[in-house]
Write a protein that binds this ligand. Structure first.
Ligand code: 5GP
Ligand code: MN
Length: 338
């Protein structure tokens, strides 16, 4: 963020305002951690702050400090619309285009008169915000919230609650500090968060060690469905709606399952295709190693996007047809995959 922008934002936040903070649809650890971390920070200045999420999020995030105050646009439509309508300032966190909050909410946000501030690390951000802190080299939006607070000269205001929220998103978006987006600076931020009261062991347990037997058995099925296309160093997993039903699928149960496909020796490109009959779509998660851009692949073929090594998308064809399409496009990427 430019120094001039920081000065202006600081002035803007110097008197109490009505503020709404929005994460993307199907919020993950980084989306929930960053919005709640920012919420706690802004409350120091007596702003009236609410996080309005497009929809629900997994149970393993339902302990983060302040989580119970989150308003959900899909099930609490009236309250959400009132909050957005009355907001002076709208922060949008961890996404790059308003439609990432869903069709209805995206439309509603587009027509809001509130001053918009974006904090995000995705590629190719849309130009809707008055102030944009967009940096694709960042590990996570949470790391950016830390930087944002620091740029405002308030690192000393980071409480144990703020530190806990921010720690969650850095941990989940970096695959527990192992992805290439993890820098020495990321570790310095993490060190400072622990110093300020984030309990690293406890946070890890809350997020990763709360599996149900159903979730683990669904993982077992996913691993049985794993297929490898050795000539293109590609591996993929499918899960049909029937399989999800068999193991009483709950939101979040398939999180990170695609990482097992990427862990197959020599794999450069990995995918998981998950059928959702209610929405009539196949949800696709893509992961890669090195320079291969799944963001580009997803933008070109699966109506999605994301980062170079982690992206998502969707298809309205059947599960079989979607997988077939995926396999048919691999030859075009031969030089990058072999
Ligand atoms: P995941 O595969 O975990 O759902 O998402 C991986 C990354 O891609 C995340 O950074 C997420 O924000 C982004 N992403 C997931 N789905 C979509 C999508 O439909 N459109 C876009 N533009 N990005 C997505
Ligand atoms: Mn993120």
């Amino acid at each position: 963020m430019k120094t001039q922008d920081i000065t202006e934002v600081k002035a803007l936040l110097s008197a109490p305002k009505k503020i709404v903070i929005v994460p993307h649809r199907n919020p993950d650890g980084d989306a929930i951690g960053s919005t709640l971390g920012l919420m706690h920070y802004l409350k120091h200045y007596n702003h009236d702050v609410t996080v309005v999420a497009p929809n629900d999020y997994p149970h393993f995030l339902k302990w983060i400090p302040g989580e119970s105050t989150i308003v959900k646009f899909d099930t609490q439509r009236k309250t959400s619309e009132e909050l957005i309508k009355n907001a002076d300032i709208l922060f949008t966190l961890d996404f790059n285009a308003l439609h990432r909050t869903g069709h209805d909410m995206g439309d509603f946000l587009k027509h809001s008169d509130a001053l918009k501030i974006m904090i995000d690390h995705h590629q190719a951000p849309d130009d809707y915000a008055k102030y944009m802190y967009s940096d694709v080299t960042m590990s996570s939006t949470c790391e950016m919230v830390y930087n944002f607070i620091e740029m405002l000269g308030d690192a000393n205001k980071i409480s144990a609650d703020i530190a806990t929220c921010i720690y969650v998103g850095i941990m989940t978006d970096t695959g527990s500090f192992r992805f290439s987006s993890t820098t020495n600076r990321t570790h310095q931020v993490i060190a400072s968060l622990i110093e300020k009261g984030a309990n690293n062991t406890e946070i890890y347990n809350q997020v990763y060690d709360t599996n149900s037997i159903n979730r683990l058995q669904l993982l077992g099925r996913a691993l049985q469905n794993l297929k490898v296309v050795p000539e293109y160093n590609t591996a993929y997993i499918t899960l049909s709606q029937a399989e999800l039903d068999e193991f009483n699928f709950k939101k979040g149960d398939t999180e990170a399952v695609v990482d097992y496909a990427l862990s197959v020796k020599n794999t450069i490109l990995a995918a998981i295709f998950i059928e959702n009959t209610q929405e009539g779509i196949i949800k696709i998660s893509l992961r890669s190693k090195g320079d291969f851009s799944v963001n580009e692949l997803s933008r070109n073929y699966f109506n999605g996007g994301g980062h170079t090594n982690a992206a998502g998308g969707r298809s309205e064809s059947s599960l079989d047809d979607t997988v077939e399409k995926f396999i048919t496009i691999l030859p075009q990427y031969k030089s990058l995959l072999t």
